[in-house]
Every structure is written in structure tokens, then in C-alpha cells.
Design a protein around this ligand. Structure first.
Ligand code: ZN
Length: 495
């Protein structure tokens, strides 16, 4: 039972794990590296295997860092099936088309800049793929996986189970000739505003588990709601615009559902809400479509013929011309726009028009990487560079923790507690910063579990002894705090 990871090994993005089970080769996820030029350059490397040799591809969920290199895999020769749940297939379409468009637009822009600077065209990296590649990829999707139903995939029994992370997200229980393996994908926060809890896993011999927040405890959901409500109330009193930068999948729907609940309960005044993100609008339609897998209040609303993602004052903003017109809209209003870290997208022109006004509120509901525009604002920058201008930061900035869609340390340990009933599975750590994973190893040891950090690209025997101290040879461990509470929900990689 061998695994080789070509992404999300010693890092958070780019999930791609090649399993060799007997004579079969299964690829679990095929995600994109994200977070800066150096990391994103890795997307352009050759696949370290021949795409034609794969027996199947299985997806855990539709975030870009789990599906973003699929069209490249198809471009480089993969013609087999890509197995996933129905919601994952629906969301993957939205995510991949958006990704192709962004890449093509970005390439054209980079090329123009390079030419003006007199640099040769070859220095500009071309897009990884275009929309035509995405359509070829979508044609290979087999959206037949259902939670709890065992499927025979290339002769291997695979059972997807609810992971509770985003719509359609699954972890996989895989029966190999040598033993039973669990691939976690991304696991959900058990205090989510939309997702049901993950299904407790069965006994397995080895677990490959995500560790995004393995060193943290999230703020409680009730505290998060109070914080969000108070920030909204204070902002309404200021009579200005309330900007909420939102990732398009999961976070936007959680915020819409929460706004609807707060307004319906009279906890927050019914001011206009503008959803200014075509991608979030499309994703919200999928949440509506597949809402019966979400928490009971959402299901009940759907059964009563209501839309749980539609506050009564919601306006959807389809075109960028209408988005621009919002700049002249008078009076208080909530504007939700992407992208979540404010590094691009429609949120930028809203920031340019409103960030300098003390009456504006910027409510941050997701993780901001320190190098992003949002990160600079959170760090207290006086001015920021936006669309070629220096803009003063005079808005009230509220940072709300607790909206994370990822499991925290308590969630991960609860998950592992049933996987280990009777015997202790070997725990392999992926999808985390090295320091975070290293700090998690002794925590696992206290539970009687052997934890090992999965090395980048190096083949490992999932039933083997692992590494001394859980550290692959040559690994450099960075300093990381071992405990703490996340101040802002971390970016769900892929958004
Ligand atoms: Zn994810």
C-alpha cells in the first residue's frame, strides 16, 4: 500500500496523492498550488507519472487546491474516469471554468506588461489550460459517488463518507489487498453554519489526514455569531457601506444564510445586501440544489419552499457595469464580493471607493495571508495600493474568527478516535504547514497514535514503520506556535 504525494505534502495547497494498491494506480485529487509566484510555478512542472498509466482519479471535494490541475492532467493525456459526488461535479465546473478564465486573462495582462518592458514573450508563463480543456475534463466526471455507498473503482472497493467541509465533500475508505486505508480530503469544522458533522470513520489500518488547523482551536460558533452580529449593528449605526470580502464556495453561502437568520430574527436591520460575485452566485445555486445534505434548518427551509441563502433584501449583481454602478448607491448596504483576500476581483473597486471613509466597515470573515492586500489591512496599514492609487485606510475593520470550514485540533482527534477503535491506525499527515504537523505528532502520541509527516514526492509504505520522530530525513522544521485560537478563519485552500 504505497503513496506518493505531489502536492499538499509539507504544504497546504496542491493536493495530489498517487496510491499504488497491488497493481492498481489511483490518483486522489489533482489540485492546484496556490499562494504566491514561487508556489504557483510548481503547477507548470511535468507530472511525475504518466497520466495514461492511471487506473482512476477520485476527488474528495471541489476546492481549487483539490481539483485545479485536472484539466492539465487531461491535456497531458488522461482519458479515464474522474469519480466524485454529484455536488462536487457541479461545483468543479464552476471552479474550473473560473480558473481557466482567470488564467487566460492573467496571461494576456502579463504579456502586455512584458512587451511594454521590452521582454521576450517566452518569459511569460502561459495559462496551464483553457476553457476547452475544462470541457474535456468535465466530460470525464462520473458523479456517482454517494455517502456510505461502496463502489468498485478499477477493481478497488471505495466508500465515500461525509467529510462536512463543503458541499459534496467526502473522505474515502479504500479497501486495498493489504489493508484498509482512509484518505481524509479536507475535514469540516464540527461547528459549521451549514455543514453536518463528518461521519465517524470505521476502523482502518492507515489514515492520511489533513492538518490545516492541527495546532488550533476555533472560536465557538455562538461566539462567532455574536461577534458578527455586533459588527453588523455597529456598522449600520455608522450609516456607511459594509464590505464583506467572501470566498465564493461555502463562505459566501454561510454568510448569506447567517444574514438571513439574523435579519429574520430582528437581530440586524434589513438593509440591502448585494451579492456582487458571479461565481458565488453560481455556487449558491448549487447549494440550493443540493441543500438536502446540509444542516436541518437549511433542509427545513427548503422543504417549506424558502430559499435559506436569500435574505429578503438580497440583490444579485450580474455584470461588472452594475457592480460599478453600486459605487453611486446612497445609504447603508452590505456588499459581498470576491476575492476573499482582496487581491483581485470586484471587491477591489469597492475598496477603492469606500476604504478611505470612516463610515465604511470592512468585515473580514476569512483568513488573510500576510502578503495579501487583506493581510496588510488587518496588520494596520495606513494606506494601501489599489488599482494604481494609494488609498487611505479609514474604514472600521472587524475581523471575525470562527467561520472556518476546516477541522481544528479537537475535531481531528475526535475523527481519529473512532478510526482507531480496537487498534491504532498509522496516521500520515498532509495538507499542513510543516511546523503545525510537527507539533501535532506528540499530541497524537498521547492518544497512542504514531504520526508521520508525508514527504514531498517520496514514495512511502503506508503500512510501514514510518520515520523516527515522525520526521522524514532532511525535513526542515519551522517554528510554529503549538496552540492558540485562530483569529481569522483560515483560507480554505483553493479559493
Ligand atoms: Zn477544501
Amino acid at each position: 500500500m504505497q503513496m506518493q504525494s505531489f502536492g499538499a505534502a509539507c504544504t497546504v495547497t496542491g493536493s495530489m496523492h498517487l496510491l499504488t494498491l497491488g497493481t492498481k494506480r489511483l490518483l486522489v485529487d489533482c489540485g492546484m498550488f496556490q499562494g504566491g509566484d514561487e508556489m504557483e510555478r510548481r503547477n507548470h512542472e511535468d507530472f511525475p507519472f504518466d497520466p495514461n498509466d492511471l487506473d482512476a482519479v477520485i476527488l474528495t471535494h471541489a476546492h481549487l487546491d483539490h481539483v485545479g490541475r485536472l484539466p492539465l492532467l487531461v491535456r497531458r493525456g488522461y482519458r479515464g474516469a474522474i469519480h466524485c459526488t454529484a455536488p462536487t461535479a457541479a461545483l468543479a465546473e464552476t471552479v474550473l471554468i473560473d480558473s481557466a478564465r482567470l488564467q487566460v486573462d492573467g496571461y494576456r495582462q502579463d504579456l502586455r506588461h512584458a512587451r511594454r518592458q521590452g521582454r521576450p514573450d517566452e518569459e511569460t508563463l502561459p495559462p496551464l489550460y483553457e476553457e476547452a480543456d475544462v470541457h474535456r475534463t468535465l466530460a470525464l466526471l462520473r458523479p456517482h459517488l454517494e455517502f456510505g455507498q461502496t463502489e468498485n473503482i478499477a477493481g478497488i472497493k471505495v466508500t465515500p463518507q461525509r467529510a462536512g467541509h463543503i458541499l459534496g465533500s467526502a473522505y474515502l475508505v479504500i479497501e486495498s489487498p493489504e489493508g484498509r486505508l482512509l484518505m481524509s480530503g479536507d475535514l469540516g469544522n464540527r461547528e459549521s453554519g451549514l455543514q453536518m458533522d463528518f461521519t465517524p470513520p470505521p476502523e482502518v489500518d492507515a489514515v492520511v489526514i489533513e492538518t490545516t488547523y492541527a495546532n488550533r482551536t476555533h472560536r465557538r460558533w455562538d461566539e462567532t455569531l455574536t461577534e458578527f452580529r455586533d459588527a453588523l449593528r455597529e456598522s449600520v449605526r455608522n450609516n456607511g457601506k459594509i464590505l464583506i470580502p467572501s470566498f465564493a464556495i461555502e463562505r459566501a453561502q454561510v454568510i448569506l444564510h447567517t444574514l438571513k437568520q439574523l435579519m429574520d430574527a430582528g437581530e440586524v436591520p434589513r438593509i440591502p445586501v448585494f451579492l456582487d460575485s458571479p461565481m458565488a452566485t453560481r455556487a449558491t445555486n448549487e447549494y440550493f440544489e443540493f441543500g438536502d445534505e446540509l444542516i436541518p434548518p437549511v433542509r427545513e427551509a427548503l422543504q417549506n419552499g424558502e430559499d435559506p441563502f436569500r435574505p429578503s433584501t438580497l440583490h444579485v449583481v450580474p455584470t461588472s457595469a452594475e457592480s460599478q454602478r453600486l459605487n453611486r448607491y446612497d445609504g447603508p448596504a452590505i456588499i459581498m464580493a470576491g476575492n476573499g483576500m482582496m487581491t483581485g476581483g470586484r471587491i477591489q473597486h469597492h475598496l477603492k471607493h469606500h476604504l478611505w471613509k470612516p463610515s465604511t466597515s470592512l468585515i473580514i470573515v476569512s483568513y488573510q495571508s500576510p502578503s495579501s492586500l487583506g493581510g496588510k489591512i488587518v496588520a494596520g496599514a495606513d494606506t494601501v495600493r489599489l488599482m494604481g492609487e494609494d488609498i487611505a485606510v479609514r474604514a472600521q475593520v472587524h475581523t471575525i474568527g470562527g467561520f472556518s470550514a476546516h477541522a481544528d485540533q479537537d475535531d481531528l482527534l475526535a475523527f481519529l478516535s473512532t478510526a482507531g477503535a480496537g487498534k491504532s491506525p498509522h496516521v500520515w499527515l498532509v495538507h499542513g504547514e510543516v511546523g503545525v504537523m510537527d507539533a501535532f505528532i506528540p499530541v497524537l502520541a498521547q492518544q497512542g497514535l504514531k504520526g508521520d509527516i508525508v514527504p514531498d514526492r517520496q514514495p512511502i509504505d503506508l503500512l510501514g514503520p514510518g520515520f523516527p520522530g515522525g520526521r522524514p530525513p532532511g525535513l526542515v522544521i519551522s517554528e510554529m506556535p503549538a496552540t492558540g485560537t485562530s483569529d481569522a478563519a483560515r483560507a480554505e485552500g483553493g479559493e
